[in-house]
Every structure is written in structure tokens, then in C-alpha cells.
Design a protein. Structure first.
Length: 161
């Protein structure tokens, strides 16, 4: 399965760009897509640089296998994914699980990579800084009986004291 994100309609809104990139990467992981085509366009190159910086973030990079810049059309970027064979019938390593929460301060998306599997009823927490406003967030993750994870962000200022 291949997914596509065209940034032309939202090129001037940095929050929508950030949200679109977050959404397409998480959708690719959840649907086990083999590739995402991102189209920043051929303008000055600033939007393409923004996309490449987003893909290099430490919380995003472990989710995909590699990035390919189109040699024939420099207005396209391909993000390739590789999944574990017993999970998707394809070769490669499985991505780590992630949770996405809204910053307690500005409501921007924060993606957190889980280090280990949680058992039903277990609660864990982690600290993450919001990339939009810089606020420290305490991410509280609860494993539900259904196997789904519930995550919330709280003020992380208390942890600094």
C-alpha cells in the first residue's frame, strides 16, 4: 500500500503542515504502508527542507526505513517503510509502537515512542518537550483491558523542581 500527501494546499500554514506530516506517518505505520509520497513542490526548497527536518526528528526517524529524494522530480520525497514478516508479510524490522498526545499548553501533537510493551492495567509516564511551544509535558500512558493504549499530556513543570 502506498500513501500520498500533497502539501500544496497547506504550504503557508506551518501547523497544518506539521499535522499533515504527523498524520501521514502514523497512518503509514498503522496501515503498514510500504511507501509514503510527500509532495512539497518545486518552489524555493524551504518546504522540502521542513519536511526533511521533520523526518529526521528522533521520535519520527525510528518509524520508517529510509527516505528517497526523487532524482527526476525534485518536488517529491518518498518515505519507505519496512515491517516484520510475521506481522505484515513483508521483509524488514518492525517499527516501535508510538502514542500521540496533544500538548497540555498549545494542543500541538506530540509523538512518543514506547520503549516496551505495556500489560493491561499498567501505567507508565515519560517526559517530552513540545516542539511548537517548548513546554515540558509529562505523558501518562495507560494500558486498557482491550489492549489499546490511552495517553494524556500533563504539565511537566513540576518535574523540574
Amino acid at each position: 500500500m502506498k500513501l500520498k500527501l500533497d502539501l500544496h494546499p497547506i504550504f503557508s500554514d506551518s501547523r497544518k503542515i506539521e499535522q499533515g506530516l504527523n498524520d501521514i506517518i502514523l497512518e503509514a505505520v498503522s496501515k503498514r504502508a510500504s511507501e509514503v509520497e510527500i509532495i512539497p513542490g518545486k518552489g524555493s526548497g524551504a518546504l522540502k527542507k521542513t519536511v526533511l527536518r521533520f523526518l529526521e526528528r528522533p521520535e519520527i526517524k525510528p518509524l520508517y526505513h529510509r527516505v528517497e529524494k526523487d532524482d527526476e522530480n525534485f518536488g517529491r520525497i518518498f518515505v519507505h517503510f519496512r515491517f516484520h514478516p510475521d506481522q505484515a508479510g513483508q521483509g524488514g524490522a518492525a517499527p516501535k509502537s508510538t502514542v500521540s498526545v496533544s500538548c497540555f499548553c498549545c494542543q500541538a501533537d506530540i509523538i512518543h515512542i514506547l520503549n516496551e510493551e505495556l500489560m493491561a492495567g499498567e501505567i507508565t509516564s515519560a517526559n517530552a518537550e513540545c516542539r511548537s511551544c517548548g513546554s515540558p509535558n509529562k505523558i501518562v500512558i495507560r494500558s486498557q483491558r482491550s489492549g489499546k493504549l490511552a495517553a494524556t499530556a500533563e504539565s511537566g513543570y513540576e518535574a523540574d523542581r
